[in-house]
Design a protein. Structure first.
Length: 844
């Protein structure tokens, strides 16, 4: 091991070294200018002069930031033009990925790194007296997603682009993304997220591609010339204006786009008339009605909203996106005959499931296809990923509400269902139970998951375990009839973002030990295993972790005024706040440590810092109580100088992608402790593993595959398995038994009653032991407490054996390659979408 490793790691940390600098090779061999330092500097200066009439000497930091964004946008735009020519020439199949959320995170660093020009701009800007890092700080996180589902969509766009697939993402341009979280005296306060001002420069308005979306009204069916003609009257119409965000790939020729729809009132002129008649309020109301569609992201995750506005947002996305997809196809081929051969449409969860009836509507009502032909096109084109098995998250819509808002789609869904149920009746005459379960509409509700399964050629879950649970439980009747429809694609992450860009010191160590090949092929991370017994590498790994802990400590001090000690063990649980994710189990373990320390103040213990980050859905009372509990435990500890030397609990507010990028590389321990069978996959767990944190987790979601990859010796698995959880349910789960039989647990649970920092948590106590009107402790924190505590005891002992710990950490990094989104996307491409990468010009 070279002596220089530490120095190299540090220099790289400072410089953000990119994988490869492709700037000298022009894209497509011709059109792209060579991205030399001279060119890049001139481009930036031109933008300053053109847009702000200034030079770098006089420019403000904000002007420099905006000029830099515009420059990067120009480069992406030129690359995109070349890529699109290539796409058009090859006439390959395209993938369109529909999702109500894309949690893309900040764009500047990612784009500069992907384009391989971060170093150059770092140098250019420091010559000008600015630093790239301070410019990165200006950009706000576009909070266009809640959590896992939205972040997955963003990681997939990165992987599609980095591997040269032609892909378009579709979503909504929410004016307000997920709320900003403030925690005041332990209470979560939601503030509007105004991400636009700093993020807006990334948007490319495509007003030329504006389309319209119709809601409500009446439908008339008339037989004319042997076909049924549909007339839609009295509808309200909304304009959908596309704004594109260009998506860069790492070391690739591709630039794809994420198209976000903004709603605008159609009635500008009519409003003017109202205005002139003095009916200001009515005029405003009308335009508000329309524009509310893209106003705000629903802040619930793993819970369905059931609101008319949400249904309208979904249709808005689907209707506008299909118009865009069809226009794109017609521009190339002039007809829809080969539609399903050239187009793959993916629905990310059921939220865009209206694609199925809407594509039917377009094919039948507008292009005069027969029902059978249209159905064959739809079911060859659409595929669907399920992200949850929890009943409360499965979307269903009241049929009357549905038909009031989307009358034609209701007719089409009813017909899809009629035909589907007729087939079922033939196959299972009299089996009403089965038919009701399979049918798309039952008990006056439209079941979006059933619609998605029936309308798709392929359905996948997001981890091996989750895909099995899908076919064993909620989709078992579908699986019985069409087993070939179901498959698994385990989630993956944009590992360059989460490793190379977020943890440059670790990336530098990898570059030096295993070479840079892993930056294109994540499987090469496994080469790191050769260094498992190399003391110098293990020590460097520990040193990098320490430096990242220092970085986090400084960041939290600056961001939240929170002081933490990098010499303590960082134990991290960051994810949405949800009962099934069991932040409460983590809290109980902390309380137990607290009780022990209160009883033995002189107990020798390595200091621990428990770090939480989580937003709760605004109306989720119970989740908000857990936030308060964790907050008050933290405060209580702070009040005791002796205790707080050994035990700290911090809850930095407003957990988002940017905080994750600093937090994850600094974690020693990653908490993935959901009740087995509930977390579909989890992707945070993959990011922690990649950054060398050790997981304490249940056999849930992708944890199962993480454990398989690293081996049981390199992960702390505890708790009931999925079948064991089911058994407990069947036997009639009695939390009170665990409570009364385990004195340690009882003490911890009782402490909820006496409370922390003067605040009692009696309700949580009741919830765990007696149940507040329902079954007590529905996510079985008490059943897993003992095993969880034992796992933590092993962790504490192992941490003292530094070589062992570092080796485990190294093994986790080395084995994380399969959790690359590149791998997931290749599986989708090969097995579901049947698409090929666009061939690079130079290779043809
Ligand atoms: C539905 C209807 C109305 C309003 C909101 C919603 C809604 C919104 C978001 C329902 C669910 C979501 C998000 C779900 C989600 O993020 N699921 C996570 O997906 C990840 C990616 O596959 C998995 O890793 C996680 O396990 C899963 O919880």
């Amino acid at each position: 091991m070279a002596k220089t490793t530490k120095a190299a790691a540090k220099t790289a940390a400072a410089k953000n070294t990119a994988a490869k600098d492709p700037s000298q090779t022009s894209v497509g061999g011709v059109k792209m200018p060579s991205l030399t330092k001279k060119y890049l500097r001139e481009a930036l200066e031109n933008k300053l002069s053109r847009f702000y009439g200034t030079t770098y000497k006089e420019a403000t930091k904000d002007q420099i930031y905006r000029a830099l964004l515009l420059t990067v946008k120009d480069i992406l735009s030129q690359k995109r033009t070349e890529f699109k020519k290539n796409v058009n020439n090859q006439e390959g199949k395209k993938i369109y990925y529909l999702c109500m959320e894309f949690l893309i995170g900040k764009g500047l660093r990612n784009n500069l790194m992907n384009l391989g020009i971060a170093d150059k701009y770092d140098a250019i800007l420091s010559d000008m007296g600015f630093s790239l890092d301070e410019l990165y700080d200006i950009e706000q996180d576009p909070g266009l997603g809640n959590g896992g589902l939205g972040r997955l969509a963003a990681c997939f766009m990165d992987a599609l682009t980095s591997q040269d697939y032609s892909a378009t993402g579709f979503s909504i341009l929410y004016e307000y993304g997920l709320f900003k979280q403030k925690i005041i005296d332990g209470d979560q306060i939601e503030l509007p997220d105004t991400w636009m001002p700093s993020g807006e420069p990334w948007l490319v308005p495509r007003t030329d591609k504006t389309c319209t979306v119709r809601f409500g009204g009446q439908i008339k069916e008339e037989w004319k010339n042997g076909r049924c003609e549909i007339t839609h009257t009295d509808y309200t119409e909304v304009q959908a204006i596309p704004y594109d965000i260009m998506i860069s790939g790492a070391d690739s020729e591709a630039v794809n786009s994420l198209r976000l729809w903004k709603a605008k009132s159609m009635n500008q002129n009519f409003n003017m008339a109202l205005f002139s008649q003095g009916e200001y309020i009515r005029a405003m109301e009308e335009s508000n009605q329309a524009e509310i569609l893209s106003k705000v992201l629903y802040p619930a995750d793993n819970h369905e909203g059931g609101k008319l506005l949400r249904l309208s947002q979904q249709y808005f996305l689907v209707c506008a996106s299909l118009q865009s997809i069809i226009a794109d196809h017609l521009r190339t081929y002039g007809s829809l005959q080969n539609f399903s051969e050239k187009v793959a449409i993916h629905i990310n969860d059921t939220h865009p499931a209206l694609v199925v009836p809407e594509l039917m509507r377009i094919l039948i009502d507008i292009y005069s296809y027969t029902w059978e032909h249209a159905w064959s096109i739809v079911t060859k084109t659409v595929s669907y990923t399920n992200h949850t098995v929890m009943p409360e998250a499965l979307e269903t819509w009241d049929e009357r509400l549905f038909s009031f808002r989307l009358p034609r789609l209701h007719m089409i869904i009813s017909e899809i269902n009629r035909r589907f149920c007729a087939e079922l009746w033939n196959r299972y005459p009299g089996d009403w139970g089965r038919i009701t379960n399979l049918s798309i509409i039952s008990h006056g509700r439209v079941k979006m998951a059933n619609l998605s399964v029936v309308g798709s050629h392929t359905v996948n879950g997001v981890s091996k375990l989750h895909s099995e649970i899908l076919t064993d439980t909620i989709f078992s009747d579908f699986y019985h009839d069409t087993p070939e429809k179901f498959t698994n694609v385990t989630n993956g992450i944009a590992y360059r973002r989460w490793l190379c860009y977020a943890n440059p010191a670790l990336a530098a160590l990898l570059d030096e030990t295993i070479g840079k090949g892993y930056r294109k092929d994540a499987a090469e991370l496994e080469k790191l295993l050769a260094y498992a017994d190399d003391k110098a590498v293990l020590d460097t790994l520990a040193d990098i972790k320490y430096q990242n802990k220092v970085r986090l400590s400084n960041y939290l001090m600056k961001r939240n005024g929170i002081k933490i000690d990098p010499d303590s063990v960082f134990d991290v649980q960051v994810k949405r706040m949800h009962e099934y994710k069991r932040q409460l189990l983590n809290a109980l373990h902390i309380i137990s440590l607290y009780v022990t320390l209160k009883e033995n103040p002189d107990l020798e213990m390595r200091p621990k810092t428990f770090i939480f980050g989580a937003k709760a859905a605004a109306g989720y009372y119970h989740a908000k109580q857990i936030i308060k509990l964790i907050y008050e435990i933290g405060k209580d500890l702070e009040n005791d100088p002796k205790l707080s030397k050994k035990l700290r609990v911090v809850f930095p507010e407003d957990y988002n992608v940017s905080l994750a990028e600093i937090l994850i590389p600094a974690a020693d321990i990653s908490e993935q402790i959901s009740l087995a069978g509930k977390e579909a996959s989890g992707t945070g767990n993959m990011k922690f593993m990649l950054n060398g944190a050790l997981t304490v987790g249940t056999l849930d979601g992708a944890n199962v595959e993480i454990a398989e990859a690293v081996g049981r010796d390199n992960i702390y698995i505890f708790g009931h398995t999925t079948p064991e959880v089911e058994d407990l349910w069947r036997q009639g789960y009695r939390a009170a038994d665990y409570y009364s039989k385990n004195p340690t647990l009882k003490k911890a649970v009782d402490a909820l009653k006496s409370g922390f920092n003067g605040v009692s948590f009696e309700e949580l106590y009741h919830y765990l032991v007696f149940g507040n009107g329902t079954v007590a402790d529905p996510y079985m924190c008490l059943a897993d407490f003992d095993a969880y505590q034992a796992a933590h005891r092993t962790i504490a002992a192992d941490y003292e054996n530094r070589d062992k710990w570092n080796r485990m950490s190294l093994t986790n990094i080395a084995k994380s390659g399969i959790f690359s989104a590149d791998r997931s996307i290749r599986e989708y491409a090969d097995n579901i979408w049947h698409i090929q990468p666009i061939q690079k010009k130079n290779n043809r």
